[in-house]
Design a protein around this ligand. Structure first.
Ligand SMILES: Cc1cc2nc3c(=O)[nH]c(=O)nc-3n(C[C@H](O)[C@H](O)[C@H](O)COP(=O)(O)OP(=O)(O)OC[C@H]3O[C@@H](n4cnc5c(N)ncnc54)[C@H](O)[C@@H]3O)c2cc1C
Ligand SMILES: *[C@@H]1O[C@H](CO)[C@@H](O)[C@H](O)[C@H]1NC(C)=O
Ligand SMILES: *[C@@H]1O[C@H](CO)[C@@H](O)[C@H](O)[C@H]1NC(C)=O
Ligand SMILES: *[C@@H]1O[C@H](CO)[C@@H](O)[C@H](O)[C@H]1NC(C)=O
Ligand SMILES: *[C@@H]1O[C@H](CO)[C@@H](O)[C@H](O)[C@H]1NC(C)=O
Length: 539
């Protein structure tokens, strides 16, 4: 890649001597270009960072949410641009074209593979954190939210205006709206209201030509694509207009743990048979984790512990009767139930303690950041009891990788598979997230943990969806196919594209080919353009 840069920047040799030169030709050329687009120099001085700027590292690191991509060997961007107004976004797109560099767009930085801020090729980061205004309008039951806002900020601003409205998006408050919604985000109300994208009514993007387009101007195809197909293949999402949903003043939250000695296997088997069919107001997530036992006969040994975490859009009396009728095996008691406001329930989902006030949702930085790996799968047939036992055994043997089971059904099963790019709807009982976190920068540990997550994924093959083996875009996993040459051939794109989007992949490719034929907006797993003008048929 370096020779290519040399052609573009004859003075690059200056830059290749670290710290020797005060000026950075990439920065200077970019600043000149921004000036030509009419951006005043005092703005440029505030929004453009070169690696020689004192605050370059802190700006880069501010939204790194996976420490695997915070090492000295991680490739750093050539420039970071932090737009303050829409015109800065338009100018960045236009000026990036002349550089030949890849443009990465970052909102909240929560991409599990870090692809909003790392790259295999030289690149620029367009960092959206300054564009984060939120305008809630209770009268029309909608809100405009800019891409750089976090989910926590969004929930807080809704709660400020009304205690009976909410939005059905993710449970981690620091996640960014730009990546989350464009990737089809979900949360604990998906059985009642569907995904975040099932509740988006308008959007604003800047396209490859620098035009600012709303839903009407971009047309239904592009609007469809950026509500689940990933924003980064199509343009820069500036904002979404979302439809608020009504929630009761009091909801019920519970957390119940079971080990194998407490019939965990039987209970999890039953959960698979009811979790997607039970009352739509009830969402029961299960964490399946290998832990070191602290009590009983197994003290000191690795065992499997299940944690059932639930949100019920109603009071505890109705919840207990729903549970007694549908899932008595869990043995839920009134004393396990917390009757709280919806906003308080979001604090519980985010693991804050019970003295925390809703203002905590405004914190843009999480309390801790880990080294991590995630993968995903979809289950369409309950896994038999004896097979659950062998999966538990495998997890204990591997030692660290856990699962999060998220039930579907309800509203998810009613929405047609092609309504949005996100295709995992009817027939899905639950989604599996594979999850392994660690704290130590040791690269041998990293190798070991990546290997065990992959081994567990391979072990699960018989129990999960096939042809294609489906995956969730927002649980970004480069193992399922990717390209790091910055080119995205159609054949490479088809590999991960069919897993993330099934039959919707073809329409995404068509939209991509129309709106960005030169493939300016690209990344390791973006939607490729068509190799020829005619779409190939697919069964
Ligand atoms: C702690 C944690 C908890 C999570 N919990 C949930 C959950 O409950 N539910 C759920 O569905 N997901 C969850 N996720 C996954 C999360 O939804 C995705 O990682 C999401 O893409 C993050 O959005 P972001 O803006 O923070 O990420 P970024 O890393 O900034 O972006 C992710 C992707 O979107 C692109 N992108 C970002 N902003 C824009 C924009 N303005 N225009 C165009 N493209 C853009 C990026 O280029 C990148 O490809 C969680 C992730 C983490 C780390
Ligand atoms: C980066 O450094 C240049 C040159 O010193 C300076 O003009 C500019 O203001 C700095 N950028 C930021 C965002 O601080
Ligand atoms: C990322 O790395 C830098 C430089 O080593 C370090 O100062 C910073 O604390 C790291 N970030 C986190 C969240 O650990
Ligand atoms: C486990 O199930 C058996 C029979 O199904 C029951 O007798 C026993 O009490 C259960 N154990 C626990 C700890 O719930
Ligand atoms: C918070 O939790 C603690 C410990 O579980 C409990 O003793 C306390 O009463 C709770 N406080 C509130 C305000 O719910």
């Amino acid at each position: 890649m370096f020779p290519f840069l040399l052609l573009l920047f004859p003075s690059i040799t200056l830059y290749s001597q670290p710290f020797a030169a005060a000026s950075d030709p990439i920065y200077d050329n970019f600043a000149n270009c921004l000036t030509k687009t009419g951006i005043p120099s005092d703005h440029i001085a505030k929004i453009l960072y070169s690696p020689t700027n004192a605050s370059f590292n802190s700006v880069l690191e501010a939204y790194v949410r996976n420490l695997r991509f915070n090492t000295s060997s991680t490739r750093k961007p050539s420039i970071i641009v932090t737009p303050l107004v829409v015109q800065h976004v338009q100018a960045t797109i236009s000026c990036t074209k002349g550089t030949g560099l890849q443009l990465k767009i970052r909102s909240g930085g929560h991409d599990y593979e870090g692809i909003s801020y790392v790259s295999g090729v030289p690149f620029i980061i367009l960092d959206m954190f300054n564009l984060r205004s939120i305008d809630v309008d209770i009268a029309s039951e909608t809100a405009w939210v800019q891409a750089g806002a976090t989910l926590g900020e969004l929930y807080y601003r809704i709660w400020e205006k009304s205690k009976v409205y909410a939005f059905p998006a993710g449970v981690c408050p620091t996640v960014g709206v730009g990546g989350h919604i464009s990737g089809g985000g979900y949360g604990a109300m998906l059985r009642r209201f569907g995904l975040a994208v099932d509740n988006v009514v308008d959007a604003q993007i800047v396209d490859v030509k620098g035009q600012v387009l709303d839903r009407k101007a971009m047309g239904e195809d592009l609007f469809w694509a950026i509500t689940g197909g990933g924003g980064a293949s199509f343009g820069v999402v500036l904002a979404y207009r979302i439809k608020l949903v009504k929630v009761p003043e009091i909801v019920t939250y519970f957390e119940v743990q079971k080990t194998e000695a407490e019939n965990a296997t039987d209970i999890l088997y039953k959960w698979q048979n009811v979790a997607d069919k039970i009352d739509n107001d009830l969402f029961i997530r299960v964490l399946v984790q290998p832990i070191t036992s602290k009590t009983g006969k197994s003290k000191g040994q690795k065992i499997i512990r299940l944690t059932f975490i639930a949100l019920f859009l109603g009071d505890s009396n109705r919840l207990i009767s729903v549970m007694n009728a549908g899932f008595p095996e869990l043995g839920l008691k009134k004393k396990d139930c917390l009757e709280i406001s919806w906003i308080k329930s979001m604090l519980y989902w985010a693991n804050f303690d019970n003295t925390t006030t809703p203002e905590a949702l405004l914190r843009r930085t999480p309390d801790s950041v880990n080294f991590l790996k995630r993968k995903s799968d979809y289950v369409q047939t309950p896994i038999p009891k004896n097979e659950l036992t062998s999966i538990f055994k495998k997890m204990v043997q591997l030692g660290k990788t856990g699962f999060v089971f998220n039930p579907y059904g309800g509203r998810m099963g009613e929405i047609p598979e092609n309504e949005k790019p996100f295709p995992h709807r009817s027939g899905i009982i639950f989604k599996i997230q594979y999850s392994v976190n660690w704290q130590d920068a040791d690269t041998n540990l990293e190798k070991e943990y990546l290997q065990q997550a992959r081994e567990l994924y391979s072990f699960m093959t018989p129990y999960v969806s096939k042809n294609p083996r489906q995956a969730f875009l927002n649980y970004r996993d480069l193992d399922i196919g990717s390209t790091d040459d910055g080119k995205n051939s159609y054949n490479q794109g088809e590999i991960y594209g069919l897993k993330y989007f099934k039959g919707n992949f073809d329409r995404l490719v068509k939209v991509k080919t129309l709106v960005d034929p030169e493939n300016f907006f690209r990344n390791e797993q973006s939607i490729p353009t068509l190799p020829s003008m005619s779409l190939r048929g697919r069964k």
